[in-house]
Design a protein around this ligand. Structure first.
Ligand code: ADP
Length: 604
């Protein structure tokens, strides 16, 4: 991306604030004019005082007049300049903040429309996306500020000073004009030289903070293996590379800064000599005051340019980060596809035929899947971790599109279904359901934003969590994230009761819960299954054998399917898994513990 592309991309975000831009530009122009006042006043003062001083003496009253005038003009100019600078900064900052707000919102709105496939890509890891968005927004909005608050006034002021120099004397103007490009050329050379190292600095900074975060997160492992020294050495190596790079950047910067300062001084000396020569040789219009006048104008030409370096650096950053940011915004093929089919009633009869699926990272997760999900029944997916069970559910929820094959729901291809409508009719209960920062009431209401409090309480009752919520000091207004894992899971189920979808996918809903919590939520899970089409993914043997239909998966293929007891009797993957689960329970010993007197009655 080059500067023109960058400006074109930023333009739509600046357009709504064109009045702010205009106000800033007008202020810029006034500010640049005012900046030349000092030089003009000094020119006039030196010449007036010079004219006043005569060998026979001078009139104090005239001198006082001159001093009064210059005091009023200079102080008045300072007041005006302060007001203008204030307004200019205020408008500029306002613009930066508003543009930054719009850019942040634009990217949030955009990523909400993306398919899950977008988020599965390695380059779109949560952390990486966040850094790209944060850095993109902040560097782009500072570019807006740089251009309107720094760069424009800088060039306008330098340009005006240069015109005044030419107006005063052509040769003096020419000298200044010759120095400026040399100065800018050195600045650009400096920016180029530093660019790679500055990029390295960013890399080192990220490595440093990742390293520290990694240490803190794995502190127990580090300590248990006594690996403190190794970790310290790793950090030391990063720090050393970082500081070496930092020193290189500083050293080079100082070298170029010195060069620029020298060039500026050479310019000043040339202008003093030239003007003095013109004054001494009686060039028309050249008075002694012009020496000061020209030196001050020249400093007005060069002073703003000293800031170029910083602006160059920031623009370079913006160019680097902007492409990361705009890539997120412009990822067109990532937008979720949708059809228009919205039937009155959804029963949940899924037919999957010949489906293959590969994740965006190239991981082929499903091979030639064929299965039927009967409406109003409980279908269990059984298989080892990584067999592809959740992937099927992801396809049924249209989070991803199959590579080949077809999936129909109630006889209509999933691609023709209105995606939003489809998801309204599917409830998803996961191993860890996201409980948002907020009250219990808000969290349950997530299932139906316009639900009344009564409906929420009703849902909580169905999820067997109502009594527990009532016992909390703030009841439904308590913070949901403070609840235990089992309670949070029931909040998620209450959310589902409120949504009341005809189809429910339960993806290991009890996997992260202990035995007591699992038993506590069993009732609510059993209730949510009633009268719905259910797909149940579970390693929990009791939940599996409760199903009407099972599909046993292995390495992304359906190995067996049918009535659980019949499939078990046939032997194979399903039997292996059920037997292993039963053995892991140590059933024989368990039976003895539960039935010590051997009368066949458990729990007595
Ligand atoms: P299961 O639910 O049976 O444990 P999954 O459907 O989660 O299995 O995973 C099936 C395969 O797909 C595994 O090899 C897993 O590593 C891979 N996989 C799952 N999710 C992703 C993803 N977002 N990106 C890439 N590969 C994935």
């Amino acid at each position: 991306m080059n500067l023109i592309d960058l400006l074109r991309k930023i333009y739509p975000y600046v357009k709504p604030y064109k009045w702010l831009v205009l106000a800033t530009l007008i202020l810029t122009l006034i500010g640049s004019l005012i900046a030349q006042v000092n030089a003009l006043v000094l020119d006039w003062t030196v010449d007036s005082i010079n004219a006043l001083i005569k060998p026979e003496g001078f009139e104090w009253s005239r001198a006082t007049n001159i001093l009064t005038y210059i005091s009023i003009i200079l102080l008045g100019k300072e007041v005006l300049s302060a007001l203008i600078t204030y307004a200019q900064h205020y408008f500029g900052e306002k613009m930066r903040i508003l543009v930054s707000k719009d850019m942040s919102q634009a990217v949030v709105n955009r990523i909400l429309t993306y398919r899950m496939a977008f988020f599965s890509k390695k380059e779109n890891d949560t952390g990486k996306l966040q850094t790209r968005i944060d850095m993109g927004v902040s560097s782009l909005s500072s570019t807006v500020q740089n251009i309107f608050i720094d760069l424009l006034p800088l060039f306008t002021s330098a340009f005006l000073a240069l015109i005044l120099m030419f107006a005063a004397n052509f040769y003096v103007g020419l000298t200044a004009l010759f120095i400026v490009p040399v100065y800018i050329w050195i600045t650009i050379a400096q920016a180029h030289k530093l660019q790679g190292w500055r990029q390295n600095m960013r890399g080192f900074r990220e490595m440093k903070s990742h390293g520290i975060m990694g240490i803190i997160e794995s502190m127990n492992v580090i300590k248990s293996f006594n690996r403190e020294k190794i970790e310290s050495q790793k950090q030391w190596d990063i720090q050393t590379k970082f500081t070496d790079n930092q020193m290189l950047v500083r050293k080079t910067s100082f070298y170029y800064d010195g060069l620029k300062s020298f060039v500026r001084q050479v310019g000043t000396v040339l202008i003093i000599i030239l003007t003095a020569y013109l004054v001494l040789s009686g060039y028309p219009g050249m008075s002694i005051g012009k020496i000061m006048y020209h030196v001050m104008l020249f400093s007005n030409v060069t002073a703003p340019i000293t800031q170029l370096q910083r602006i160059f650096d920031q623009l370079n950053d913006a160019l680097i980060y902007a492409s990361g940011y705009f890539d997120i915004l412009d990822a067109e093929p990532e937008v979720e596809p949708t059809g228009h089919y919205k039937p009155e009633k959804v029963t949940g009869n899924f037919e999957i035929k010949g489906v293959d699926f590969t994740y965006p990272n190239g991981n082929k997760a499903l091979h030639n899947i064929n299965m039927t999900i009967q409406p109003g029944m409980i279908t269990a997916f059984v298989g080892l971790s990584g067999a592809g069970k959740s992937t099927i559910v992801n396809l049924l929820d249209k989070f991803y599109t199959p590579d080949c094959g077809t999936i129909t729901l109630d006889g209509v291809d999933l691609r023709e279904w209105d995606t939003k409508y489809l998801r309204e009719n599917i409830g998803l209960v996961l191993q860890k359901n996201h409980i948002f920062d907020g009250t219990i009431e808000d969290n349950i209401r997530y299932g139906k934003p316009d639900a009344t409090l009564q409906e929420i309480e009703e849902a909580a009752k169905k999820a067997y969590i109502y009594d527990q919520i009532c016992k909390l000091p703030n009841g439904f207004k308590s913070q949901a994230q403070q609840l235990s894992g089992g309670q949070q899971q029931r909040i998620a189920i209450a959310r589902m009761f409120l949504k009341n979808p005809p189809i429910v996918f339960l993806d290991e809903p009890t996997a992260s819960l202990d035995a007591i919590a699992t038993e506590q939520i069993k009732q609510s899970i059993d209730d949510i299954k009633k009268g719905r089409t259910v797909i149940m993914i579970s390693h929990n043997i009791s939940q599996i054998i409760d199903s009407d239909l099972v599909y046993a998966l292995q390495n992304g293929r359906v190995e067996q399917g049918g009535n659980p007891d019949e499939v078990y009797r046939k032997g194979g993957v399903y039997k292996d898994i059920i037997d292993a689960s039963a053995r892991s329970l140590n059933i024989e010993k368990l039976t003895k513990t539960l039935d010590p007197d051997g009368d066949g009655v458990l729990f007595d």
